[in-house]
Design a protein around this ligand. Structure first.
Ligand code: PLP
Length: 341
């Protein structure tokens, strides 16, 4: 039976190939009768899983030895607190670009002065760091021009590995895995070595990047199965040709959908200016909320699932992460033309 197309923001669709591999290897992951779900995190077998995953991620991103890679829990939302706990002494700048940057800034403000920037040029060189959200998942807005700030901190939950990010510009990048990387429960933090060891004394040890780096992400139990899933995804991504190649595909997929929106004579309307449109999270509206409800019901009946927008932002949203093939986008674009008619 053909699988439905899920356009969910997260947990999001995974490639058929990776799901097949995971299913085949779940019960006997090591080849001698032990499942990944049963492997102690301190053991040699899980050690090989996490080290291979780290190396593959380093290869995909071209990370130099200056970067530490952490496999943590708690989601991007816990990083909203971990970042100021580790890096804020005087105050920080937060570039406001949509729903998630507001959430990040609101949480950071519990730990010290936060300045809300409306544009990249407003950045204060004396700030401890400047935080940006490189893809606003709920709004459908992708950040293309970065502020000149050191260090620059990014919530890249919905675009890490979905497009090429110039990592030389950043000091810290974090992403929870359930959008574009793998299964829920894992949060990846990339942090430059020179930013370690600055955490304020009351920082919970498990949130202290220096503690986690010194323990190779094993200061407590890491999300072992989610690390394994991410590792399978990294290998799949390498087989696809790497990040530049999936960015090319993601750009083409999004262009297909935006054409369907723009060619509808105003029936479908994009939610952000064309120059800010995301290639990963496409947000649009119909003329009335009632029509949006009809659209969702009809789409669901056709196996086009989870197109409802973020509840705070409203409208509709199609997430076109790496695992969504062109075929799924074509099915959605075809349905949109039909529904309008
Ligand atoms: C989904 C999302 C989050 C929240 O992630 P959690 O893992 O649920 O905490 C934060 N930022 C962005 C950009 C997201 O897309």
């Amino acid at each position: 039976m053909a699988r439905p197309w899920s356009f969910a923001a997260g947990p999001a669709r995974l490639p058929d190939e990776v799901l097949g591999q995971a299913a085949a290897r779940l019960a006997d992951t090591t080849g001698d009768g032990l499942s990944i779900l049963e492997l102690p995190f301190t053991g040699r077998e899980f050690g090989a899983v996490i080290e291979t995953a780290e190396q593959d991620l380093r290869d995909l991103l071209g990370l130099s030895a200056d970067w530490r890679v952490l496999f943590l829990q708690g989601g991007a939302s816990l990083q909203f607190a971990a970042v100021p706990l580790n890096l804020m002494t005087q105050g920080a700048d937060y570039l406001m670009s949509g729903y998630w940057s507001e959430r990040a800034a609101r949480e950071a403000a519990r730990y010290g002065p936060v300045r809300l920037l409306r544009q990249t040029a407003d950045v204060d060189p004396r700030a401890d760091y400047c935080h940006v959200t490189t893809n606003e998942t709920a709004d459908g807005r992708m950040l293309r021009a970065l502020p000149e700030a050191a260090p620059l901190v990014a919530d890249a939950t919905s675009d890490l590995l979905g497009r090429v990010l110039d990592l030389d510009r950043f000091g810290l990048v974090y992403a929870s895995a359930q959008k574009n990387i793998g299964a829920a429960g894992l949060t990846i933090v990339l942090v430059r070595q020179d930013l370690l060891g600055r955490a304020r004394p009351a920082t919970p040890s498990m949130l202290d990047y220096a503690v986690q780096a010194a323990n190779r992400s094993k200061a407590n139990t890491p999300p072992t199965a989610a690390v394994w899933m991410a590792g399978l995804m990294f290998q799949w991504l390498k087989r696809q040709g790497g990040v530049a190649e999936v960015e090319r595909r993601n750009t083409a997929k999004a262009a297909h959908l935006y054409r369907a929106i723009d060619a509808s004579g105003g029936f479908y309307r994009g939610m952000v200016p064309a120059a800010e449109r995301s290639i990963l999270t496409v947000c649009f509206r119909l003329p009335t909320p009632a029509l949006e409800e009809n659209f969702l019901a009809a789409a669901t009946a056709r196996g086009l699932l989870h197109l409802k927008g973020h509840p705070v932002v409203g409208g509709l949203r199609a997430c076109l992460y790496n695992a969504m093939p062109e075929e799924g986008v074509a099915a959605l674009a075809g349905f949109m033309a039909e529904f309008k008619a």
